[in-house]
Every structure is written in C-alpha cells, then in structure tokens.
Design a protein around this ligand. Structure first.
Ligand SMILES: *Cc1c(COP(=O)(O)O)cnc(C)c1O
Length: 361
C-alpha cells in the first residue's frame, strides 16, 4: 500500500527519509551488531546518540548555555505536574492564560500544589482566539507565568513577537505542537517543554528546556523522578530513557538541519499554512474557525455549516488518502495538522480535493 497524507494531530507524520534511515539501521546500528532498541543506555554508542541529539537540538533552537536540555518520559502531561513541583519555590503561586484543554489540564494539575490565577481566558468563544492581557491582573509574586504557545485542539498560537511581558517572572511555554516549527527566542522563557510525537519524533520522549536557576529548588514532596535536578545532573540518564524515541528524534533533528534549520522549516510552514488558509478565506463552503491574527501554522481547524457535509467530506477525503481530518471531539468539524513533516504537496493536494468537493456539493 502507498503512504497516505496523514493529517493526524499526534502521533503524526515523520519525514520519510527519517523512517527510511531508521529502517536501514533498525537491525544493526553502525558497527554495534545490534539494534538501538537492544543496546544499553550506558553504552558508548547510545551515549553518542543522546549527546548528538542534545547538541543538534541546542544548535537548531539556539538554546543558550544557561539552559539545561532534558529527555524525559511521561509525556507533556507529566510536565503539568513537574512544573509546579519544581517552580513553586517561593509563594506557590502561578499565573496562567487559559487558551484551551491543555492549559486547563496544566491549571488543574498545578492547583494541587499551589494557587493558580487565571489571568485571561478565551473559553467564552470556544478558545478561537488568544485573549488580550491586562497587566493589572498579573500576580506580582507569582513563581511563574504559564502559556500554551500553540493550541493543538483549537488551532490558535502565540506569535513569538507577542508573548506576555512578564518581567522577571519566568515564562513557561508548552510547545508540544509547535517545537521547531518556527524560530523562538528561548531566552524569553524560563521553561519550554514538548512531547515529541507531534513535531519531533515517536511518542515516548518529552523534551524539557529549563533555565539553570529554576533547577534545584523542588518542593519537598517532589518525587525523585519528577525533579529536574535529578535528570539534568544525570544528563537524562538517571534511569533508562526512551532510547529508541531519542534516536529517531536525533534523525529528525538531522533532517531539519538539512532542510535549512528551523528558519528554513518555518518558511516552508508559512507557505504550507497559507495554501490552506487562503483557500478557506475564499471558499463558500469551508471556513476556518479561528480569528485571523491568532491562526496556528500547525493545526488548522475548519468546518462547513452542515454536520452531515462535514462527515461526508471526512469520509471521502479518507478514501482519497487524506486521513485523520476529523476535528477534535470537543470542536467537531475538521482539523488538518500540518506539522514539519507534512510536505507542501500534501496541503496542495488536500486543497485541490476540497475545491473539487465544493464544486460537487
Ligand atoms: C499533545 C499535547 C499535550 C499532551 O501531550 P502528551 O505527550 O500526550 O502528554 C500537551 N500539550 C499540548 C499543547 C499538546 O498538543
């Protein structure tokens, strides 16, 4: 069977050259005579893999030296607990902007360990926009300020030029669905984190990028495995890390480097997203659900005004090899996730199909 265009929100497409390389090396990695899946995480071969994954990530994202990079387990969802457990060092207080389900989950988890002040929310309009902030609502004594940088389910994002100005309070950003999709100034954040399975690699590894001064003051109740200090001190090898996921992520980083780095990828992502958004803006049948200025480059929800038509579209698209276009169960309609690995040809072919569908219906 041929490969389809997979618009899944996550786990999602990986670049074909990465899959092919992993396939080639699957049974025998280099001169080790074994698969990466079979080797000790303390072996020289694996040490080389994890070190080169980290240095590529640092180079591609421009991560300053005063930040630690960790390859963790537990998914982005475990970070919802790790962040308060490590950052509630003074007043056990955080500010948060509620822009969707993931922010809500982070809010609920952090509330177990301290107080979370919701500075603004876009829940009133089903999270279809990024709310404007009123600085007088910020807590001057917050330990951190939390945002979801790209909202996977609703298709909104913070522009990197319009991040909340939090002064000395560390900004924490969930970049699970837009890591390495656009250039980011890491130094504007105290913590960045991402589950790998959207833009980086297979599920199983979570990347945490944490500024030095935010490590080492975890709450007394913090479990060992959730303490940033343990993982940074042991270079993500305190216990067995998700070796194979880290290895494939390294291949993805190499692929990004070969494709112009994050800057080159961003340019492609902007072109890709414009193809679909331009069509949504001119179509008489389909429309995007998000306000224009907050549109995500990665996740594009859209609808027709008729549920039956939505269902028909999803079914026919799937038969033509455009799969996983069903919107999140809380939003309905459709959603095209067009992460780094989705080629522009996939988006153009989808738009051609949408045009034909519009004419026929
Ligand atoms: C997918 C996602 C998560 C949850 O990731 P897991 O790795 O499944 O825990 C959290 N935040 C955002 C923005 C996501 O897209």
């Amino acid at each position: 069977m041929e490969r389809v265009y997979n618009f899944s929100a996550g786990p999602s497409m990986l670049p074909l050259p990465v899959l092919e390389k992993a396939q080639k090396e699957l049974v025998c990695y280099g001169d080790t005579g074994m698969s990466v899946m079979e080797m000790s995480h303390r072996s020289k071969a694996f040490e080389d893999i994890i070190e080169s994954a980290e240095s590529l990530l640092r180079e591609l994202m421009g991560i300053p030296d005063n930040y630690e990079v960790m390859f963790l387990q537990g998914g982005a969802s475990t970070q919802f607990a790790m962040i308060p457990l490590n950052l509630f060092t003074k007043n056990k207080k955080a500010d948060l902007v509620k822009t969707g389900q993931w922010a809500k989950k982070a809010l609920e988890e952090a509330s177990k360990y301290g107080t979370v002040n919701v500075v603004a929310s876009s829940e009133d309009k089903i999270y279809t926009y990024i709310p404007k902030l009123d600085k007088s609502k910020f807590s001057p004594d917050a330990d951190y300020f939390y945002i979801t940088v790209n909202n996977t389910i609703y298709g909104t994002r913070y522009k990197q030029t319009e991040l909340p100005d939090t002064g000395n309070i560390p900004l924490v950003g969930d970049i699970s669905s837009n890591i390495m999709s656009e250039v980011m100034d890491v130094s504007k954040y105290g913590v960045l984190f991402a589950g790998a399975q959207k833009n980086v690699g297979p599920a199983g590894v979570t990347i945490a990028i944490v500024r030095d001064d935010l490590i080492g003051n975890a709450m007394d109740i913090c479990p060992t495995m959730l303490d940033y200090k343990i993982h940074s001190k042991n270079k993500s090898l305190y216990n067995t890390p998700p070796c194979f996921s880290i290895y494939v992520s390294k291949l993805v980083f190499e692929w990004i480097k070969e494709n112009g780095g994050v800057k080159g990828i961003q340019q492609m992502n902007e072109e890709k997203a414009a193809v679909l958004y331009d069509f949504l803006d001119e179509s008489k049948m389909f429309r995007g659900t998000v306000v224009k200025e907050d549109r995500s480059l990665m996740n594009i929800p859209f609808v027709t005004d008729n549920d039956e038509l939505n269902a028909k579209f999803i079914k026919e698209a799937s038969a033509k090899g455009f799969v996983n276009l069903k919107g999140h169960r809380t939003v309905g309609g459709m959603r095209a996730s067009i992460y780094n690995a989705m080629p522009i040809e996939g988006v153009k072919a989808l738009v051609d199909f949408m045009k034909a569908f519009e004419t026929e219906n």
